[in-house]
Design a protein around this ligand. Structure first.
Ligand code: IPM
Ligand code: MN
Length: 360
């Protein structure tokens, strides 16, 4: 009997439903080709539901989602809802409650895609950022005192436990062993670069660096180690992206450098990410957001959502199907699309989905 994966689909807000529809189209096509089944169930979580019901996530939703093999998410963010409510109440809540402690973000320039970096092509721009996704400033304690007075104080602490750092670094080392440049036949070593700020954040990144070296020496001596301060890492991402293989960093730095990475790989039309719990339920999403100004016009680029679907299949263990989608996407960027930007692709959203699906 064909293997069946249960997928929870959360199309979400803005352009989310449009890009997810194309992602589903491609996933269905690849499933048929590779002989497995995707049993997809939709959930209407997002801004519209919140405005209608006053509830961000229903009480049992996390338990409900835990019954699935994976989650496929469009976008969260609604122009009529105050910033923070949906992001914290849906996206961050699911990341935390499902303990998706890794945020995996490939920075890969596909053929035919324009990068803003001069003289850099697909050979040079091909690395992955492993962003810690469960701690740091995102959960740090903090608060106000004397709020509203002249002497008001606000704090937001960067908090990391050894447990959080260790499990993230373990994932990153193992990822480097499996997907580093040597493993992919693109270099003579698998290299993990730690991105931190040991010169100023002398507590938190001291912990990261110690565990990085301990684990590296004891368990992963075959993985080459590098260290970059985060500000320098930003310089090299622009000037020498070919230096990077797999990078690992904390939550806040990871948030920032992966938006830089997304622009370098051609923008939000193509950048995808996975919120991964290696022992549990993971969630895959295009990282571009809900872009309400483009919604409902059939002009948004669905490739990021399609690539997120490919990442989902890889994590589910369908590596070949995942590679097939990525190859089809590269064919489409290389030979078909005029641009990755909304409204300038030379095709509509659903035509781009068809192009990819027909190549499978
Ligand atoms: C991302 C987003 C989120 C984050 C926001 C929407 C909470 O920017 O996925 O990178 O900061 O993690
Ligand atoms: Mn972000």
């Amino acid at each position: 009997m064909a293997k069946t994966y249960k997928i929870a689909v959360i199309p979400g807000d803005g352009t989310g439903p449009e890009v997810i529809a194309e992602g589903k189209k491609v996933l269905d096509a690849v499933a048929q080709k590779f002989g497995f089944k995707l049993d997809m169930h939709e959930f209407d979580y997002g801004g519209d539901r919140y405005l209608r019901t006053g509830e961000v996530l229903p009480r049992n939703s996390v338990d409900e989602l835990k019954k699935f093999d994976s989650i496929y998410l469009g976008a969260i963010g609604h122009p009529d809802v105050k910033p923070g409510i949906l992001e914290k109440g849906i996206l961050l809540k699911l990341r935390f409650e499902l303990d998706q402690y890794i945020n995996l973000r490939p920075v890969k320039l596909y053929p035919g895609v324009d990068s803003p970096l001069k003289d850099k092509g697909p050979e040079q721009i091909d690395y992955v950022v492993v962003r810690e996704n469960s701690g740091g400033m995102y959960t740090g304690t903090g608060g106000f005192s004397m709020r509203g007075t002249e002497h008001e104080v606000a704090t937001q602490n960067m908090v990391y436990s050894r447990h959080q750092v260790e499990r993230c670094l373990k994932y990153a080392f193992e990822y480097a062993q499996r997907h580093g440049k040597k493993a992919r036949g693109k270099g003579d070593s698998n290299t993990l670069g730690l991105v931190g700020k040991t010169n100023v954040l002398t507590f938190v990144f001291d912990l990261w660096e110690r565990i990085f070296n301990e684990l590296g020496d004891q368990k992963y001596p075959d993985v080459k180690r590098k260290y970059y301060h985060v500000d320098a890492a930003c310089m090299w991402m622009v000037k020498n992206p070919e230096w990077f293989d797999v990078l690992v960093t904390g939550n806040m730095f990871g948030d920032i450098i992966t938006d830089l990475g997304a622009m370098i790989q051609g923008g939000m039309g193509i950048a995808a990410g996975g919120n991964i719990n290696p022992e549990g339920v993971s969630m895959f999403e295009p990282i571009g957001g809900s872009t309400p100004k483009y919604s409902g016009q059939g002009i948004i680029n669905p490739l990021a959502a399609i690539v997120a679907g490919a990442m989902m299949l890889d994590t589910l263990g369908e590596a070949e199907a995942s590679v097939a989608i990525e190859n089809a996407v590269m064919e489409v960027t290389g030979k078909k699309l005029k641009s990755l930007s909304a409204g300038e692709m030379g095709y509509s959203t659903s035509e781009v989905g068809d192009l990819v699906a027909n190549l499978l």
